[in-house]
Design a protein around this ligand. Structure first.
Ligand SMILES: [Zn+2]
Length: 368
């Protein structure tokens, strides 16, 4: 009997601890997303006024959050995460340049620095990233010891689980390049991801949209697509999802794609196609791309842009909204947003993808 009671007590204790850590995490996560008053937090989480009040006081005491007032409403207290305790670093490895963006847990961009680099191949890849980071670290105005996670945004195909860069159209010499050695070079936990996800996050942040149900498309040298359902980007079994540019398009399309196949959509819709055939030739494949994406995913947001189509879209965005809606199944989607590449900061988007790790770390610290 005694044994039974003790077992139950232990179980209850563990359950209470778990519940507390889940509650703390929800609250930290809310505040990190800019849900910044007690009332807003209550509405978002369903927690009672008492719980929210107790926890915010506790967070303030432990220095995890700070409170402030805004100009027009002195009576409401707002909260935000303390910005100078934990950082995430995003790294974009572009063709001749490596960029670094440092972000705080609430998504504040603290700084961005870029460095020109030599062409990257399998042999020099990690060394080049290492020396670029050393330059960044020397020039940075922030304490790099506070970086908890570093995320690298890479083009082509990436195996995020095993930290392998499989190949890249921008770096033809890259083939199954092992990046695990960077774990000892770059600060904090190391993540690598396809740069389409970083681009998407950066644009969503810029336009204040939630990624929960969305399709993001970038049309540049090739076509990238990132679909997000229930707040998670879908990457596929091998991490190759979103290769919509390599589905066949046009019955007379005999052009050879950079993937080696004939007649891919990218042959008709890319920077090269724009140069070869002119802007008017992009209309049909562009409509096909957007309508196909919408019909496949039925997103709340369709977010489209990229160097190849920017000029065409912004010369008449109302026309393109209407064309996509009238072509798509049941006039979806609710929101169509066109973006400009000037608003896209890939390295920042990579850092934004580390917010979950930062929130976890803060939660652990509070719950200690
Ligand atoms: Zn192809």
């Amino acid at each position: 009997m005694l044994y039974y009671n003790m077992k139950n007590k232990t179980k209850n204790f563990i359950r209470q601890k778990q519940m507390r850590s889940e509650t703390v995490r929800s609250l930290v996560e809310c505040i990190s997303r800019g849900i910044d008053t007690k009332r807003k937090i209550m509405a978002e989480t369903g927690f009672s006024w008492g719980s929210v009040a107790t926890l915010t006081t506790e967070f303030l005491d432990s220095g995890v959050i700070v409170e402030y007032n805004v100009e027009n409403d002195r009576r409401t207290t707002h909260y935000r995460l303390t910005n100078d305790e934990y950082y995430a670093l995003g790294v974009e490895v572009a063709s001749r340049k490596i960029s670094f963006s440092l972000a705080a847990a609430d998504g504040t961009l603290l700084e961005t620095l870029s460095f020109a680099v030599e062409p990257i191949n399998n042999t020099n890849c990690c060394e080049i990233i290492k020396s670029a980071y050393e330059k960044y670290s020397a020039d940075s105005r922030f304490d790099n010891d506070k970086i908890l996670v570093t995320a690298c945004a890479l083009t082509g195909a990436v195996d995020g689980e095993n930290l392998v860069w499989l190949f890249s159209p921008h770096h033809p010499e890259i083939k199954e390049c092992e990046l695990a050695v960077l774990k000892t070079v770059l600060p904090g936990k190391l993540k690598v991801e396809h740069d389409i996800f970083s681009k998407a996050r950066s644009i969503y942040f810029h336009h204040h949209i939630e990624e929960k149900s969305s399709v993001f498309i970038h049309v540049g040298e090739g076509i990238g697509l990132a679909a997000c359902t229930q707040g998670e980007f879908f990457s596929g079994k091998r991490g190759f999802s979103g290769e919509i540019g390599h589905i066949p398009f046009g019955s007379n399309n005999s052009a050879v794609c950079r993937c080696g196949k004939k007649g891919c959509l990218e042959c008709s819709l890319s920077l090269e196609a724009l140069k070869k055939y002119g802007v008017s030739s992009l209309a049909e494949p562009f409509t096909f791309l957007c309508v196909t994406a919408v019909n496949l995913f039925d997103p709340e947001y369709l977010v489209v842009g990229g160097e190849a189509v920017e000029e065409m879209i912004f010369s008449n965005s109302a026309h393109w909204q209407q064309t996509i809606r009238s072509g798509a199944w049941m006039q979806a989607p609710e929101n169509i947003l066109f973006y400009r590449m000037d608003d896209c900061l890939t390295s920042f988007g990579a850092a934004l993808g580390c917010r979950r790790e930062l929130v976890d770390f803060i939660t652990l610290n509070v719950c200690r």
